[in-house]
Design a protein around this ligand. Structure first.
Ligand SMILES: [Zn+2]
Length: 96
């Protein structure tokens, strides 16, 4: 386990101590649990695999998650598409 992670865990223990010392209310715990849920969302985002898009000859684009997508002009990069709208993974345009 990295030292960075140990520091975070130590801080969590301090947070529990602080919550006890200030006699945290239901509202305090509720706010903190919402904050922790936000961190879980961030972890899920970081764990999402990239979605690699390849283009059919002059046609639709197919992503590794199974999406098919058509652009009126150009491709994902020119249309500022950075994430797949189906799986939410980082969109990687495969170069031919
Ligand atoms: Zn995708």
């Amino acid at each position: 386990m990295s030292e960075r992670i140990n520091i975070v865990i130590d801080e969590e223990i301090k947070i529990e101590e602080i919550l006890g010392r200030i006699k945290a209310t239901h509202s305090d715990y509720f706010k903190l649990s919402n904050y922790m849920r936000g961190l879980e969302t961030k972890v899920a985002e970081l764990e999402k695999p990239d979605c690699v898009w390849t283009q059919e000859f002059e046609g639709e684009w197919n992503g590794t998650c199974g999406i098919s997508w058509g652009f009126i002009d150009d491709g994902p990069t020119e249309n500022q598409c950075n994430f797949c709208p189906k799986c939410g993974g980082k969109l990687i345009e495969e170069q031919p």
